[in-house]
Design a protein around this ligand. Structure first.
Ligand code: IVH
Length: 686
C-alpha cells in the first residue's frame, strides 16, 4: 500500500471500529460479529505499529489502557459540577414544583400553564465530565469537590461507550459533556463471578465496582472492567447555538453518539412527575443498570437560568429518590443452623434494619466459603441489600469500621465454622469439592430429624396440614417421632400431652396425617428428601420407573437412563436406597400405604418432548410460571441449572451466571420474543 492508501485505510478502520463500538456499547445492538471486530482492530494495530505517524489520540487502539500513573493530575472545572437536592415524597416534589412556579412568576396559573420538565433516571454511578475540542476527546475528569476533580482521561479512554470523536461534520469548538460512569449489572455479575472463581474478594455493588475501576492508576486494569457511560447534561460549550430546552440538548447529544438513557421523557406538572416516578420504579429491577431515583429538570433553559442556584444545587432540578435497597447495620451474632441434609449454614443475626420495604433481622451467609469471602464478623458493620422481591442478603462488611485491639489486630474475630455439630455435638465434615460442611450424625442428629420430618410433611411433599416446626420440635425432642414413619403411629394421648395442643387440634392433626396416605409416587419420592432429588427429578423417576420397588432396585447405571439424571444425582439416589436405615423407614411407610405406585408413563407427546429449557432473569411479559407452563404443556422440561443437556436458555433482564454459562457452553439463548417465536413456529428465529 502507498502511504496515502495506508492513511486512508487507517482512517476507515477507525471509523468502522468506532461504529461497531457505538452499536455495541451505546445502543446495545451489535452490528458485526466479534471476530470481525477483532480482525479490524488487529489490522489497525498492525498499521499503527508499522507507521507510528498514523496513530491518533482518538484511535480505538488506545482503549486498551496505558501504563500506570503515579498520581492523577488535578483539573479545575470550567463550569462547576454541582449536586442535586433530594425529594423523598410527593409532598416534597409538590413543594419543589411550587418553588419553581413562584420563581418563574407563574404561581396561581391554570393547568395548561403547568411547568414542563425533562425527566430521566438518576444513575447510581460516578459523575464525570468529558471535554471535546473540535469534536475530539481531550480530557475527562471526576467531580471531586465540584470545583476541582481528577484527570482520569486514560481510564475514560478505555470505556467504549464514550466516543473518542463526536459524530457529525460540524463539531463545536468546545463541548463538555456531563454524565455518569457506571457498571451494567450483567458485567458486574460476571466480574464478581470471575473474582469468586479465583478466590478473590468481590465488589459489594456495581457502583463500588465502577468507582474502584475508574480510580485505577493503571488504565490497563480499567480496560478489563467493562464500564459504561450515560450523559445527562453539558458544561462549557463554545461555537454552537444550543437549542431552547434540556430535552433537545439530550437529543442533540444522541446525534453526536453520546449515550443517553432511553428512559428519558418530557412531562408536565406534579402529576406528570409522579406518573414518571411510578413507571420508572416499576422498571427499576429490570433495568440493565442501578438507579436510585429520578431526576426532574425544568425543561426550558431560559427558565433554568432565571431560577439559578442556591448554594451548590440548582433550583431548577431535583432528585426524587426511591427507598434505599441497601442499608448499613450491625452483626449481633452468627448462628449456625443445621439443615435437612446435615449442612451447616451460618446465619448473620442483624440489628433490625428497614431496607427495600421490609425489616430485616437475619440473613444467610450460605456456607463457610461465602462467610469467609465476605469476611463478616460479629460486631461488624455490614451492607444489607434487598432489591425487589429478592431474599435480603449481606453483600459485604466494612472492615475499615472495625475497632482495633491494637495497631495490627482488629477486635472482631473472623468467623470459623464449628468443628462439631451445634445441635448434636457430632463431628462435622467437609468433603473435597463440596461447599457444604455437614454434621456426620445423619438422622441421629435431632436437627436433621426435625428437618427431614418437616420436609416430609411439607405442602409440596405429603402435605400434612398443621404439622409445623414447633410441633415437630416437640415430637422429636420427646422421642415421639424419630422418622417420618412414626407420624402414622401417633395417637391422641401422645399428642394431647404436647404444649399448646388442645383436643380439637390433636384430632385435626391425626386426621391430616391419615389423609396424607396414598399420595402419588412422585410426591412420595420427593418427600423422602433424597439429596439432589427435587420435585422435577421425583416426577421423572416416577414416570420412568412407575414403582418404588423398581427405583429401589435400580443401579446407578439404570438411573442414568432417566432424562436429566446425571452421575451425581444417580449416585445420590442409589446411596440413599442402599442405606439400611432408609430401607427400614420405607418399609414402615409401605405398611401404612403412604403412597400408591403409578404406572410408568411414556413422555407426553409434544413438540418439545425431550427438550430441556433453563429460565433466567425476568422476562418483560411472561412470568416464570407462565413460561414454565408453556414449556411443560408441549412436553418440554424446565431445569434449574445450565449443563451440557440444556437445549435452550430463555433469558430476561438481569440474567446472572446462567447466561454466562450458556454462552460458554454455546447453548442457544432466546429472549422472550424468540421464545414465543419458537413456540409459534416450532423453531427458533434465524
Ligand atoms: S444532573 C446541576 N442528572 O447525581 C445538576 N445528575 O446529586 C447536575 N446523577 O453528582 C446533575 N443521574 O452524578 C443529573 N440524570 C441525572 C443524574 C445525575 C445521576 C448524579 C450526578 C450528580 C448527583 C447529584
Amino acid at each position: 500500500m502507498s502511504d496515502a492508501a495506508e492513511e486512508r485505510r487507517a482512517s476507515e478502520l477507525r471509523r468502522l471500529i468506532e461504529d461497531a463500538n457505538y452499536r455495541y456499547y451505546a445502543l446495545d445492538d451489535p452490528a458485526i460479529p466479534d471476530v470481525e471486530f477483532d480482525r479490524q482492530l488487529r489490522e489497525l494495530q498492525d498499521l499503527e505499529a508499522a507507521h507510528p505517524e498514523l496513530l491518533t489520540p482518538d484511535s480505538p487502539t488506545q482503549r486498551v489502557g496505558a501504563g500506570p500513573l503515579k498520581d492523577f493530575a488535578q483539573v479545575a472545572h470550567d463550569v462547576p459540577m454541582l449536586s442535586l437536592n433530594n425529594a423523598f415524597s410527593e409532598g416534597e416534589v409538590a413543594a419543589f414544583d411550587r418553588r419553581v412556579r413562584e420563581g418563574l412568576g407563574r404561581e396561581g396559573l391554570e393547568l395548561e400553564d403547568e411547568t414542563e420538565y425533562a425527566v430521566e433516571p438518576k444513575f447510581d454511578g460516578l459523575a464525570i465530565t468529558l471535554r471535546y475540542e473540535r469534536g475530539v476527546f481531550v480530557r475527562g475528569a471526576t467531580r471531586g469537590d465540584g470545583a476541582t476533580g481528577e484527570d482520569v482521561s486514560a481510564n475514560l479512554r478505555t470505556i467504549r461507550a464514550i466516543p473518542m470523536r463526536l459524530a457529525g461534520d460540524n463539531p463545536p469548538a468546545v463541548l463538555e459533556v456531563r454524565g455518569e460512569v457506571l457498571m451494567l449489572r450483567r458485567d458486574f455479575d460476571q466480574l464478581n463471578q470471575e473474582a469468586c472463581d479465583k478466590g478473590e474478594k468481590t465488589f459489594v455493588n456495581p457502583r463500588n465496582a465502577a468507582a474502584g475501576s475508574l480510580r485505577q492508576l493503571d488504565s490497563r486494569i480499567t480496560a478489563k472492567r467493562r464500564l459504561h457511560f450515560f450523559s445527562y447534561g453539558i458544561g462549557r460549550v463554545e461555537g454552537v447555538e444550543l437549542p431552547a430546552t434540556h430535552s433537545e440538548i439530550m437529543d442533540w447529544l444522541a446525534t453526536l453518539r453520546m449515550p443517553v438513557a432511553r428512559q428519558r421523557r418530557v412531562v408536565s406538572g406534579v402529576s406528570g412527575l409522579m406518573a414518571y416516578f411510578k413507571a420508572l420504579g416499576e422498571q427499576r429491577s429490570t433495568l440493565p443498570f442501578d438507579i436510585d431515583g429520578a431526576v426532574y429538570k425544568v425543561n426550558r433553559l431560559a427558565d433554568q437560568e432565571r431560577l439559578g442556584f442556591v448554594s451548590r444545587a440548582p433550583r431548577f432540578a431535583i432528585a426524587h429518590k426511591y427507598p434505599a435497597q441497601e442499608e448499613l447495620t450491625e452483626v449481633e451474632g452468627i448462628d449456625v443452623q443445621v439443615g435437612r441434609t446435615g449442612a451447616l449454614t451460618p446465619v448473620a443475626r442483624l440489628k433490625p434494619v428497614f431496607v427495600g420495604g421490609v425489616t430485616v433481622t437475619n440473613a444467610t451467609l450460605h456456607n463457610e466459603d461465602e462467610a469467609r469471602r465476605k469476611d463478616v464478623r460479629v460486631g461488624d458493620t455490614v451492607i444489607v441489600r434487598r432489591a425487589g422481591d429478592v431474599i435480603p442478603e449481606v453483600v459485604g462488611s466494612l472492615p475499615e469500621r472495625r475497632p482495633m485491639r491494637d495497631l495490627a489486630t482488629p477486635l472482631h474475630e473472623p468467623f470459623v465454622m464449628p468443628a462439631v455439630c451445634p445441635e448434636c455435638g457430632a463431628p462435622v465434615l467437609r468433603l473435597e469439592g463440596e461447599s457444604a460442611t455437614r454434621c456426620t450424625n445423619g438422622l441421629a442428629c435431632p436437627a436433621q430429624r426435625k428437618q427431614a420430618i418437616l420436609h416430609f410433611a411439607s405442602r409440596r411433599a405429603m402435605d400434612i396440614e398443621g404439622l409445623g416446626d414447633k410441633l415437630v420440635e416437640q415430637l422429636v425432642d420427646r422421642g415421639l417421632a424419630r422418622t417420618p414413619a412414626d407420624l402414622y403411629a401417633l395417637g391422641l394421648e401422645q399428642l394431647a400431652g404436647l404444649e399448646r395442643m388442645a383436643q380439637k387440634s390433636a384430632e385435626n392433626l391425626l386426621s391430616a396425617i391419615a389423609a396424607s396416605r396414598h399420595r402419588p409416587l412422585a410426591r412420595f419420592i420427593f418427600a423422602l428428601g433424597i439429596r439432589q432429588v427435587g420435585e422435577q427429578t421425583a416426577k421423572d423417576l416416577a414416570r420412568h420407573f412407575g414403582k418404588l420397588d423398581a427405583i429401589q432396585g435400580a443401579t446407578a447405571d439404570t438411573l442414568l437412563q432417566v432424562p436429566d439424571v446425571g452421575p451425581v444425582v444417580a449416585a445420590s439416589i442409589a446411596a440413599f436406597f442402599r442405606e439400611s436405615h432408609n430401607q427400614a423407614v420405607i418399609e414402615a411407610l409401605r405398611r401404612v400405604q403412604a403412597w400408591v405406585d403409578g404406572e410408568a408413563q411414556a413422555v407426553p407427546p409434544g413438540r418439545f418432548a425431550g427438550k430441556t429449557f433453563v429460565l433466567t432473569g425476568t422476562l418483560p411479559n411472561l412470568t416464570r410460571d407462565q413460561a414454565k407452563a408453556r414449556i411443560e404443556a408441549e412436553g418440554g422440561k424446565v431445569a434449574g441449572s445450565v449443563s451440557g443437556k440444556t437445549d435452550y436458555v430463555v433469558a430476561g433482564a438481569e440474567p446472572g451466571s446462567k447466561l454466562v454459562k450458556a454462552e460458554q457452553l454455546n447453548i442457544e439463548i432466546l429472549d422472550e420474543t424468540a421464545f414465543l417465536y419458537l413456540f409459534d413456529k416450532g423453531e427458533p428465529p434465524r
